[in-house]
Ligand binder design. Structure first.
Ligand SMILES: [Zn+2]
Length: 47
């Protein structure tokens, strides 16, 4: 997967809150799938 912003920069995998996300080292953008975003937002409601 390539960065939508930088076009030709390949995203790297990074782990945030036990989720694997795509990270761009060029623009420092983090790209999430919708499910991943829901998990991060939903985590605070658990427990
Ligand atoms: Zn980028």
């Amino acid at each position: 997967m390539k960065c939508p912003r930088c076009k030709n920069e390949v995203l790297k995998k990074a782990r945030i809150h036990d989720l694997e996300v795509d990270y761009c080292s060029k623009c420092h953008g983090i790209w999430l799938d919708k499910d991943e975003l829901d998990q991060i937002c939903g985590n605070t409601n658990e427990d």
